[in-house]
Design a protein around this ligand. Structure first.
Ligand SMILES: O=P(O)(O)OC[C@@H](O)[C@@H](O)c1c[nH]c2ccccc12
Length: 265
């Protein structure tokens, strides 16, 4: 079984258990809860950096990255550094995160936040809304066309935007009009291989009306600039920031460097 299959199998059990503890009816109430911040895609469009800075303690591919990191400290740091948005991994088993990380990040800053999860069930979308996310991730490698449509429609109806992640060109067939952002993951979630050129290769194939996001493995200002020139507006970066004891300081330096390069260009 590859790692993605393992994560999904575990997720199915987890969602079942959660739904027993907190019934969907109870979560539904939060659809009226006001998150009051700009939409995720608007924040990217209007920011100069377009950086979606991620909070991630560990990953199956890298092991521990920053096990003791505190979301409520990192979040305002990312905001002051110049990130457009934030991404919070809420998976506990494989990424060492949890829902409280997202809520405390949300309370500590005013950036729109995407819930980084392996979403396979509507329950998780109600949950994303309840914990204060502005957007959700849907992963093409684990969904079919029908599921993608159902989940994206539900997300939009709850006021959540959708970042749809693809890794291969054939997954473009899964896109629908309830998706606001399309992300190209440079990391193959089944093998963990990272190839930054994946974003470059698929860039020209992306529908023009969707905001394009390059994800994973971005580790230098030059890579960022090359992706920007290829048409990407959003840049999802985790490990490069999180592997340092002060992720926000690294984010600030990165934003400053790329800003100076953008102005010159
Ligand atoms: O830490 P990186 O290489 O900068 O990558 C961030 C982000 O793209 C990555 O965490 C990610 C992209 N898609 C995912 C899906 C599930 C879990 C994690 C991810």
């Amino acid at each position: 079984m590859n790692i993605l299959d393992k994560i999904v199998a575990h997720k199915r059990k987890e969602v079942e258990e959660r739904a027993e503890r907190v019934p969907l009816k109870q979560l539904e109430y939060y659809r009226h809860y006001d998150i009051s911040r700009p939409s995720f895609s608007k924040a990217i469009r209007e920011s100069d950096t377009g950086i979606i800075a991620e909070f991630k303690r560990r990953s199956p591919s890298k092991g521990d990255i920053n096990p003791g990191a505190v979301a409520a400290k990192v979040a305002p740091g990312y905001e002051n550094a110049g990130a457009a948005c934030m991404s919070v991994l809420t998976d506990s088993e494989f990424f060492g995160g949890n829902n409280d990380d997202l809520t405390s990040a949300r309370d500590a800053c005013s950036l729109p936040i995407i819930r980084k999860e392996f979403i396979i069930d509507p329950y998780q979308i109600y949950e994303a809304r309840a914990i204060g996310a502005s957007a959700i991730l849907l992963i093409g490698a684990i969904l079919d066309r029908r599921q993608t449509l159902d989940l994206a429609t539900l997300a939009n109806s709850l006021g959540l935007e959708v970042l749809f992640e693809i890794h291969e060109e054939k997954e473009l067939d899964l896109l629908n009009s309830f998706i606001q952002l399309v992300g190209i993951n440079n990391r193959n979630l089944k093998t963990f291989e990272v190839d930054i050129d994946q974003s470059m290769r698929l860039a020209a194939r992306l529908p023009k009306e969707m905001l394009a996001v390059a994800e994973s493995g971005i580790s230098s200002p030059d890579e960022y600039i090359a992706l920007r020139e290829a048409g990407f507006k959003g840049f999802l970066m985790g490990e490069y920031f999180m592997k340092h004891s002060d992720p926000a300081a690294v984010c600030r330096d990165f934003c400053e460097t790329v800003r100076s390069k953008i102005t010159i260009a």
